[in-house]
Design a binder for this molecule. Sequence first.
Ligand SMILES: C[S@@+](CC[C@H](N)C(=O)[O-])C[C@H]1O[C@@H](n2cnc3c(N)ncnc32)[C@H](O)[C@@H]1O
Length: 257
Amino acid sequence: MLLDWLSYLTTPAPWDARRLGFVRDSIWLQSRSRRCRKAWKPHLDRSRALIAGAVAEIGRGRTAVVLGSGLLDDIPLDRLADSFNSVVLVDMVHPWPARLAARRHPHVGLLTFDLSGCADWMLGRRTEPGLTLPAVCLGGDVDLVVSANVLSQLPILPLDHFCEGEDIMPDLGSRIVSAHLDALAQIGCRICLVTDTVQREEDRSGQVLDRSDLLHGVDAGSPDQEWDWVLAPFGEAARGSRLVHRVHGFSDWRPSR
Ligand SMILES: C[S@@+](CC[C@H](N)C(=O)[O-])C[C@H]1O[C@@H](n2cnc3c(N)ncnc32)[C@H](O)[C@@H]1O
């Protein structure tokens, strides 16, 4: 708890990111990832392997952009840094572990950007969502864009902020998810997409108690690989149940919708 407070206070972030809850969520992610290290390892290994496979197929590249870089737990950063002339890590919050890892490579940069396009809208500076990808993604020298376990996260704070979006836009969740995929579809280079899609709550006998669609009805297509991520093992969220996310991995994503 004390460590979380210290991290919260010392994590460099714009005031807007603090005000909207992005820094708080980043600290929660960090402490949960510590507590659930063993349960998360298979998922993080699979994510890193999928991205490393895409990097190996590209060989030597110019710029790689990682969307939702966060703690970098699911990113093979050294591999990317070895293969690309420049690597850009994009997130609303770059926590200290990611900052320290990035500092080891002079050609790895950090970019703070709101990938939901909703931050300025939530702050009352716009009347609708804005851009969902930073300009760097559209640069002619980008050879790889990785969307790293961020897609399902994008609607969470906007939906909370607008009280599930009922009054503002009933389909806000699916709009945000679609906007990310539509923006990826505009990019000419290789796209590597890893996203959780469905959450299951299971009891100790394996019976599914509840199921929710993390992509709000949007279909990202047929994945190359899929696996389970035990997000909250027994005892983390509840003693008698666990939360399991189904993850889809696309090594070379193409829009199929
Ligand atoms: C589940 S984590 C992804 C994990 C990350 N790849 C890692 O290994 O730590 C989701 C990430 O999405 C970021 N995120 C959520 N909403 C965002 C937004 N609107 N714009 C940019 N990043 C966002 C969070 O800050 C967090 O780092």
